[in-house]
Structure formats: structure tokens, C-alpha cells
Design a protein around this ligand. Structure first.
Ligand code: KIV
Ligand code: ZN
Length: 385
């Protein structure tokens, strides 16, 4: 089984979600939970952006010992100096330095030629190598970059001393097949690529961030970047809990695993949702409120007979105590009777049949029937426990 490193950027790209603003104490609390979850790398912030960010990265670097801590820097000395100021306390200081490579970014944002972009990237890696034992270099907007040029710049930054090469889909534009092909192309055309780790960093603008990340793994990526709950710039980043659980459940297919303690997944999701104020949609994979809830009578009946009929992930795997049978208009007699028994009512089949008619009538007026609704129904129908 190949081990895939997970690089969590909840505190950097995740904090770039519109409306999210975490203070130092909150960032530290999240970082400690990410360490407990077993993240390999935690990107704690972007030290050059503000004093607060520098301080937060510094605190996290001093505190977290079981995950590697990193911070982001543009390809300028000032950013790299700020990152060193924050990260020098880390057990294994790691820099994440980036520069845009696509024609759109070169022409309109950087106003640099191809050669100037290469020399800026190489100089930044060489400068950082004086301080940092581990350097990750990212080609911002890599997926809209000419492939031969991407290969050329990647080869040069590896030669300059980069240890991890990240291929971000900055604008969430690529498809899984195309993303995989970029990794294959680089592996076949870049000298020195076998000695470094290739990393994937996907945004979700077209809803393909997790699929693209998994495709990268199939094509040789050794590190996946993302956030918990998939929060992040615009439509967000790849949700790391989804990547990790997909690898776990489909290990037969991917033949790869992460080092996450999956039982800490739900706790991490809840904490991040509470502190960022970003609610998790009910139907979100792995951590949504409905991820382990069954509503239809056919599904409820199946799950009550054998869980795996409709449940491919055991709730316990990700730290959710139990699945749930939501009683509503699609529910059947089996789930209805089962819930009454859980509430302590032992009722004859004849009475259940009578009550079930009343229950169905109630579902015409109410979407979800609570335990209190059921108890009221029993009182109305004069059934005692
Ligand atoms: O999406 C992106 O390109 C980034 C880089 C800074 C790695 O977040
Ligand atoms: Zn990003």
C-alpha cells in the first residue's frame, strides 16, 4: 500500500474563504486538532500578509510537533524572511513558495517573460535553501500552463533545491483525465523528478476537486493538499476527509492509504465549522448531517436487516456514533416499529399497524417526525409502554 501524505491548508487557503477570519487562539486550536487527526503537513498561514498571521504561524510552529508545519511565501525575499521568522521554531521548518507560470498570469499579473519567471523561481528556491531544510515549490495556475514550459521550470527548481513540487489547479478548471496526464507528462519529461514528491492542489469551481486529487494519486502524486470540509477560496479546495475516506474504502482500487486517524474526522469537521462559521451542508459526503441518515422505507428496511445494503462507510469509522433512521413520509413499517422499540414501547403488530396509519397521516403535515411527535401519537392512540 502506497502512503499518501496529506497537506492541510485549512488555516491558509481555507481561511481565504470569504467571511472567514480566525484569531491566533482559534488557529492554534484548529492546528492541534489537525495534529490529532494525523495530518502530515499543516500550512499554518501566510506570514508576510499580516502580523497576526506571522504570530499564528509562529505559535503553531512552537506547539505542533507531530505534523510538519509550513507557511506560504511569494517568490520574494521579504516573504521568505517573514516565513523563516515564523517557522524557525518548527521541528522541521518547511517553506511553501509559489510563482504563477501560466501565460495569463505571466502576461497580465506578473508582466514577466518565460525566462524571467524561471529565474525568479530559481532565485527564490536558492535563497530559501539557506534557511529551510525542506522547500515546496508551487506553479500557481499550473493547469493552464504550456506543458513543455511547466516541465522546464519544474526541472530548474528541482535543480535549485526544491523537495516537493506542487501542481495547483488554481482556478478549478481541469478534468480528472487531463490532471492525471499532467502528472504522467512531468514524470516522463523532468530530470530529477523521481527524487521529489509530486503534490496535487485542487480547487472546486467545477465540483471536481476530490476527483482530480484522486486522479493525481493514480498518476503518481505522493501528496494531496486540501482543507477540512472543503472550505477555501471561491468554491473551496478538495475536502481532505473525502480523499482520505475514498482511499480507505476503495483501497482495493487505489492501493494507497493516508496516515489519518479517521475517528477524529467528525470532531475536526465540527470544530472547523464552528470556528469559521461555515456550516457543513447536510448532504456533504462523510461529515454532513445526512451522510449516515436513511429516510426511504426500502433503504431503512435494508439497513435494519444488514447495514451494508445501503451503507458503504460505517459511521464509527469517522467518529460518528451511529447512523440514523429519519422518520418521514418515505419511511416504512419496519423502521417505524424499530424506533418505537428503541423508545421502549413493545407493541403488538396489530397496534403497530393502527399507529402506522396515524403516523402516515402525520407525515402529510410534517417533513420529519421526531420522538416527541411519536410519543404524542401514542398518547392520542392510547398506547402505553
Ligand atoms: O491555488 C493555488 O494555486 C494556491 C497556491 C498558492 C499553492 O493556493
Ligand atoms: Zn489554492
Amino acid at each position: 500500500m502506497r502512503k499518501i501524505n496529506l497537506f492541510d491548508t485549512t488555516l491558509r487557503d481555507g481561511e481565504q474563504s470569504p467571511g472567514v477570519n480566525l484569531n491566533v487562539k482559534e488557529k492554534l486550536e484548529i492546528a492541534k486538532q489537525l495534529e490529532k487527526l494525523g495530518m502530515d503537513v499543516i500550512e499554518a498561514g501566510f506570514p508576510a500578509t499580516s502580523k497576526g498571521d506571522l504570530l499564528a504561524v509562529q505559535e503553531i510552529a512552537k506547539t505542533v510537533k507531530n505534523s510538519s508545519v509550513t507557511g506560504l511565501a511569494r517568490s520574494v525575499k521579504g516573504d521568505i524572511d517573514a516565513a523563516w521568522e515564523a517557522l524557525k521554531y518548527a521541528e522541521e521548518p518547511r517553506l511553501h513558495v509559489f510563482l504563477a507560470t501560466s501565460p495569463i498570469h505571466r502576461e497580465y499579473k506578473l508582466k514577466k517573460t518565460k525566462d524571467q519567471v524561471i529565474s525568479t523561481a530559481v532565485d527564490s528556491v536558492k535563497y530559501a535553501a539557506q534557511f529551510f531544510p525542506i522547500i515546496q515549490w508551487s506553479a500557481e495556475d499550473a493547469c493552464r500552463t504550456e506543458l513543455p514550459y511547466l516541465a522546464e521550470i519544474v526541472e530548474q527548481v528541482i535543480e535549485a533545491g526544491a523537495h516537493v513540487i506542487n501542481i495547483p489547479d488554481t482556478v478549478g478548471y481541469i478534468t480528472p483525465k487531463e490532471y492525471g496526464e499532467i502528472f504522467t507528462y512531468l514524470r516522463e519529461n523532468v530530470k530529477g523528478i523521481d527524487n521529489i514528491i509530486l503534490s496535487a492542489h485542487c480547487h472546486d469551481d467545477l465540483g471536481m476537486a476530490v476527483a482530480n486529487s484522486l486522479s493525481a494519486i493514480e498518476h503518481g502524486a505522493g501528496q494531496i493538499e486540501g482543507t477540512i470540509n472543503g472550505i477555501g477560496e471561491r468554491a473551496g479546495n478538495a475536502a481532505l476527509e473525502e480523499v482520505a475516506v475514498a482511499l480507505h474504502i476503495r483501497s482495493d482500487y487505489y492501493k494507497a492509504k493516508t496516515g489519518l486517524y479517521l475517528k477524529e474526522t467528525k470532531r475536526s469537521s465540527d470544530l472547523i465549522s464552528n470556528l469559521t462559521g461555515m456550516a457543513v451542508p447536510g448532504n456533504k459526503a462523510v461529515v454532513g448531517k445526512n451522510a449516515f441518515a436513511h429516510e426511504s422505507g426500502i433503504h431503512q428496511d435494508g439497513v435494519l436487516k444488514e447495514k451494508t445494503t445501503y451503507e458503504i462507510i460505517s459511521p464509527d469509522l469517522v467518529g460518528v456514533s451511529t447512523n440514523s433512521m429519519v422518520l418521514g413520509k418515505h419511511s416504512g413499517r419496519h423502521a417505524f416499529k424499530n424506533r418505537l422499540q428503541e423508545l421502549g414501547y413493545e407493541i403488538s403488530d396489530e397496534e403497530v399497524n393502527k399507529l402506522f396509519v396515524a403516523f402516515k397521516e402525520l407525515t402529510e403535515k410534517k417533513k420529519e417526525i421526531s420522538d416527541d411527535d411519536l410519543k404524542a401519537l401514542l398518547i392520542e392512540e392510547k398506547v402505553s409502554s
